[in-house]
Design a protein around this ligand. Structure first.
Ligand SMILES: [Zn+2]
Length: 167
């Protein structure tokens, strides 16, 4: 109940790219310079970036909180987003698709994305030491609403059981 009452906005990013980079068919990206400006504006407006862990531990106070998240686990999160988040001391959460990270498998219904690199575990563990948390984003990134409930359960469990994802 408390979680709902706090009404904390969640910013959901996918890719952070440099102008001129491959952006893909779905255009789920933000230019790196715009991302920096967005983060800086949040800071200047007095917002704190909080994680789900902070909420569970009742460490969240005030009404200027925000949750910053990234889906899928693209390498550009490390190259462009992480330095900004680190410099501005903004914790964030990256939801990883484990087959993409561990096996380099392209994300199921995003065939154009096979040119995009996933984060490496080295990059991930470096980020974890500086306030980046990890979350589960399934194993192969299927559309969960379009698969059998048992398959969906396997997708989610397989991802959570990945030894390296600890949230
Ligand atoms: Zn996704």
């Amino acid at each position: 109940m408390e979680l709902v009452d706090k009404n904390i906005p969640v910013l959901l990013y996918h890719r952070i790219v440099k102008r001129g980079d491959v952006v893909g068919r779905h255009k789920i990206y933000v230019w790196e310079d715009r991302f920096y400006r967005q983060m800086k504006l949040l800071k200047e407006a007095g917002y704190s970036s909080v994680t789900f862990e902070d909420i569970h531990q009742h460490k969240v106070s005030g009404d200027k909180n925000v949750i910053i998240t990234f889906d899928d686990g693209y390498e550009d999160n490390y190259i462009y987003a992480y330095p900004v988040l680190k410099a501005l001391r903004l914790p964030a959460i990256i939801f990883l698709t484990t087959d993409f990270i561990e096996k380099g498998k392209k994300i199921a219904y995003n065939p154009c994305y096979n040119v995009l690199k996933p984060l490496s575990w080295g990059q991930i563990s470096e980020m974890q030491k500086s306030g980046i948390m990890l979350g589960s984003h399934t194993n192969t990134h299927p559309k969960l609403s379009q698969i059998d409930i048992k398959e969906a359960e396997i997708e989610i469990r397989a991802d959570r059981s990945s030894k390296k994802i600890r949230i």
